[in-house]
Design a protein around this ligand. Structure first.
Ligand code: ACO
Length: 324
C-alpha cells in the first residue's frame, strides 16, 4: 500500500497588512477600545493580512496552489485530486475546489471541499492520505484557504482582532516510503455553540447570524485538553511519544494555547512552529501556511517527523503525523 508523501508546499497572503495599532485606531474611530498591548499579551498576534473587498477564497487558494506546484516541480495536469478546506467558500456551490481546478486550467479527477473550520486542513490531509493509500489518487493538492474577514463582526473586539485571511497548500504524491504515518480525527457536535457562524441563506435572505461568535475561554480550555490527547494518540500509532517529534505545527489560534500544549507534551518551544504573530488565526489556512514557512526556510528537512494539529468549530480536532 503506497504512502502519501508531501513533496512541496506553497502559501499566499493578501498584500494588505493590518498591524494591531492600525486595527486599534480603526476600532477607536467606532468607539471600540482595544490596544496592541492587549492583543499581543493575550494572543501573541501582532498583525494580520486582510483581503481587499471582493477578493474571494478561491483566488487565494489558486495562488497558494500554484506556489505549491512550483515548489514540488509538479505539472498541474498531474493532479488527480483537489481538496480545499474552507469555511468561507466563494459560493454555496460549486465548491471552491472546483473553482481552483478551473483556475489551474485542468479537468478531470476529483475536486471537493471539506468544512471542519480550523481543523479543516488536517481533515483534508487525512482524506487525501486515505485516497492515496488505497490507490484512488496518485497526486493530490490539499489546500486550506479562508477569507475570514468576511464573517467577522468588526464591532466585536473579542473576535475581530484574532483572525486574518490567507491560503496554504501542499502537494501529496504516492510513494513507497513514509509519508503520513498517523491520522487522528475527532468531533463533538455537542459543543457546536462555543464557536459558530450560525447563519445561512434561504428564500434569498440571510437567516440567522452571519458573523463568527465564540466563547473564547471555553474554546481555549477545550483546545488544550483535546489537542494534548490527540497528539499522544497519533504518536502512539507510530510507536512514538510527542517528545520524539522534530516539529509540531498546531493550529495558530493563540500563543498561550501553543505554549501550554508544548509544556503538557514535553515539546520545547523551539520545536513549535509559530506564525500567528504575523498571520493571526487564518482558520483552515493556518497549518499549511506555517508548514510552508518552516519548510521553505529550511527548518523542516527530509526525514523529519512533523506533527500537524487542527482544532476549531464543530467542535472538531485532529492530528496528522508526517515524515517528510
Ligand atoms: N481588547 C481589549 N479588551 C478586550 C478585547 C480586546 N480585543 N477582547 C476582550 N477584551 C476584554 C473583555 O471584554 C474582558 O473585559 P472585562 O474583564 O472588563 O469583562 C477582558 O478583556 C477579558 O476578556 P476574556 O475573554 O476573559 O479574555 P481572555 O484572556 O480569555 O482572552 C481570548 C480572550 C484571546 C479570545 C482567549 O480566550 C482565546 O484565545 N481563546 C481561544 C480562542 C481560539 O482559539 N479561537 C479560535 C478557535 S479556531 C476556529 O475554529 C475559528
Amino acid at each position: 500500500m503506497p504512502y502519501a508523501k508531501i513533496i512541496g508546499s506553497g502559501g499566499y497572503l493578501p498584500p494588505r497588512i493590518v498591524s494591531n495599532d492600525e486595527l486599534a485606531a480603526e476600532l477607536a474611530a467606532r468607539q471600540i477600545e482595544t490596544s496592541d498591548t492587549w492583543i499581543t499579551e493575550r494572543t501573541g498576534i501582532r498583525q494580520r493580512h486582510i483581503a481587499a473587498p471582493g477578493v474571494k477564497t478561491s483566488s487565494l487558494a489558486i495562488n497558494a496552489a500554484r506556489a505549491a506546484l512550483d515548489h514540488a516541480a509538479v505539472d498541474a495536469a498531474d493532479i488527480d485530486l483537489i481538496i480545499v478546506a474552507t469555511s468561507t467558500p466563494d459560493f454555496i456551490f460549486p465548491s471552491t475546489a472546483c473553482l481552483v481546478q478551473a483556475g489551474l486550467g485542468i479537468r478531470g479527477g476529483a475536486a471537493f471541499d471539506i468544512q471542519a473550520v480550523c481543523s479543516g486542513f488536517v481533515y483534508a490531509l487525512a482524506t487525501a492520505d486515505a485516497f492515496i493509500r488505497v490507490g484512488r489518487a496518485a497526486t493530490a493538492l490539499v489546500i486550506g484557504a479562508e477569507v475570514f474577514s468576511g464573517i467577522l463582526d468588526w464591532s466585536d473586539r473579542g473576535t475581530c482582532v484574532l483572525f486574518g485571511d490567507g491560503a496554504g497548500a501542499v502537494v501529496l504524491r504516492a510513494a513507497d516510503t513514509p509519508g503520513i504515518t498517523g491520522v487522528e480525527l475527532n468531533a463533538d457536535g455537542g459543543q457546536a455553540k462555543i464557536l459558530c457562524t450560525a447563519g445561512g441563506i434561504s428564500q434569498g435572505k440571510i437567516v440567522g447570524d452571519p458573523f463568527l461568535r465564540m466563547d473564547g475561554q471555553a474554546v481555549f480550555k477545550l483546545a488544550v485538553t483535546v489537542l494534548a490527547q490527540s497528539a499522544r494518540d497519533v504518536c502512539a500509532q507510530a510507536g512514538m511519544t510527542p517528545a520524539d517529534v522534530d516539529w509540531m505545527i498546531p493550529h495558530q489560534a493563540n500563543v498561550r494555547i501553543l505554549n501550554l500544549l508544548g509544556r503538557k507534551l514535553g515539546i520545547p518551544a523551539e520545536k513549535i512552529v509559530v506564525t500567528l504573530d504575523r498571520h493571526a488565526n487564518t482558520s483552515a489556512a493556518s497549518v499549511p501556511l506555517a508548514f510552508d514557512v518552516a519548510f521553505r526556510d529550511g527548518r523542516i528537512r527530509a526525514g523529519d517527523q512533523v506533527l500537524m494539529q487542527g482544532v476549531g468549530g464543530g467542535f472538531t480536532w485532529g492530528s496528522v503525523l508526517v515524515r517528510i
